[in-house]
Structures are given as C-alpha cells and as structure tokens.
Design a protein around this ligand. Structure first.
Ligand SMILES: [Fe+2]
Length: 145
C-alpha cells in the first residue's frame, strides 16, 4: 500500500464520522452525545495529521515546502483543526456547539479536499509508487495512534 492510500482511507472514515456528528446536531441530540461523538473522532484525526507531517511531508519539502507553500498551508490548517478539536472535546457550552462544529466541519472538509485533489496526486508524481510504499512501511513501524 502507498502511504497516500492509507491516508485516503482514513479521510473516508473521518468524513463518515463527521456525517454522524452532523446528523446528531440536526436531530437536536444532547450536547453530551455530540461531544462524545467528537471525542471518538478526535484522537485518530490528530494522530493522522501528525503522521502526515512526520511521514510524508518531509519527503515533499524540496518541491512543495517553504514559507507560504502548500505544506506550510496544510500544516497551519492542521494546527487550526487541532484547536477546534480541543474546543469541541472540552465540554463546550451547548449553545456554542453548532457554530463550533460548523467551522470545524467546513475547514476539515476543505482541508481533506486539498490533500486529495492536490497533495496526494503531486506526491504520487514526485515520489512514485515504490517510495510511497516504503514510506507506508516506515510509518507502520513508528505510527502515532
Ligand atoms: Fe489528511
């Protein structure tokens, strides 16, 4: 498996979990239940971002790195998403949940879209299948989970 295939299937899981959380909010589920669902998503999502930054981004640094470049932008978005997750999982006031969640889901969806449409195709072209498969094996040995 190429590392970008692993990350893509993780994206699919996050998008499904996001749907579940949004459905709870639309159905006026108790805040506790929404926060509990967010907590289920939180740790795997943060580990995923950390793994991307640690196991994939360094190899792309020569071509896509630098100040204001794609990797800097994606890394900054990871930090913003991290902050949103922290807020949504640390007992936010119930009335704030819809707005917090709206911002979080908007950014997360746009971020995943960028990685899927821009970063992963570029990584496939720049690094090639063999290198991406090796990165996946390396990650499996050292993954944050
Ligand atoms: Fe990602």
């Amino acid at each position: 498996m190429r590392i970008i295939d692993r990350f893509s299937s993780e994206h699919d899981v996050f998008l499904e979990q996001l749907e579940v959380i949004e459905r709870l909010v639309r159905a006026d589920a108790p805040a506790l239940q929404v926060v509990a669902a967010m907590r289920t998503l939180a740790a795997p999502l943060l580990a995923h971002a950390e793994n991307e930054e640690r196991a994939l981004f360094p190899d792309l640094e020569p071509t896509m790195g630098g100040e204001g470049g794609p990797l800097a932008m994606l890394t900054e978005e990871h930090a913003t998403i991290h902050g949103q997750v922290d807020e949504l999982t640390s007992d936010p006031a119930a009335h704030r949940i819809p707005d917090l969640l709206d911002e979080f889901q908007g950014l997360l969806r746009a971020h995943i879209e960028k990685e899927e449409q821009v970063l992963f195709p570029a990584a496939a072209q720049i690094l090639g299948d063999d290198r991406l498969a090796r990165l996946d094996r390396d990650l499996e040995r050292t993954a944050a989970a």
